[in-house]
Design a binder for this molecule. Sequence first.
Ligand code: F6P
Length: 359
Amino acid sequence: MKRRIGLLTPGGDVCGLNAVIEAVVKAAHKYDVEVFGYLNGYEGMVHDRGRILTLKDVEDIRHKGGTILGASKGPSPKAYPIDGQKVDMHDAILNSFKAKNIDSIIITGGDGSMREALDLCKLGVKTIGVIKTIDNDVEGIKALGYDTGTQALYDYIGHVKTTALSHSRVMVVEAMGATVGWLALRAGLASGAHAILIPEMKLDMDELTEFVNDRVENGKRFTLIVVAEGIKLPDAITPAQDDPNRTAPVLKGAGQYIEKELNQRLKGKFPNLEIRSAVPGHFQRGGNTLANDIERGLICGAEAVNCLMRDEYGFVISYLNKDIEHIPFDQIVGRAAVPEHHPIVDAVRSLGVFMGQHI
Ligand code: F6P
């Protein structure tokens, strides 16, 4: 049996994953090594579901959104729910690797997936990671999918803007980004939002109301507010988290909250003012992949295979402009929040965009 590399794409999908898959399969083929693709992330690994990926499978998939392997946000293999018990599935996984002649694994994912990758590494599996997330919340790494996600949000806001202008409305757009504000901040700045609300900055509703009030009084045609889904909401409107199989809570309601608050505070004074909200949701994760996410995916995928062939492993591959770095799994830390000072934050403030003080 030929040597085999396992490949999986756990967590939420992003644009650029198919570029990684195409590069891994093509690069491995050059070494006469086969790639076994696990279906739906760690779910496939736990249940031993997947198949050998051929050159035909990956022909010209690099630009397509999503992942041909499927993704899932299922539970950790070391505490996998079976018959009401949490079972460590690692022995079963190692046995299936042996039976298939898989000695190494390439895993794309966020910081959570990289913690699972570290577990496999400690069990002797040669493991390499590629960071992907539209939230861009892993310290020191430009994540795969972040640029395309930003562009998708920018495009969506652009559409909302034309109708906001036509109807002279206040429009609130709710951005993804989990508990950090990078996506909202970057797309908000690029698209000319008048206010950008992110979890890292204190939200003072009185100040926001005054800001919108002044714009209306000064005859501004419309007001565009971009709010990150992860802003702190009053407990009463935080949605219940009732899905035990999810590794992270579903965040929703930020846009509606701002819409409702502004309506309550401004409608009395401006009865004809329309304040509405819109949610792009998963639109931000799909679509056509931007060239730099394709490039990042291809470079990281090919480098991962080349490293394994040199018997180098135990790290995440990071590509930033011209340098490739290998960052050990145990140094991967998630939730990289927007700092008080950053070129994007400073530009937002200099342009007079409403944002609030850093918490
Ligand atoms: O982490 C990526 C992300 O898209 C977040 O921005 C968002 O909060 C979450 O995933 C949505 O997850 P799901 O697709 O499982 O609802």
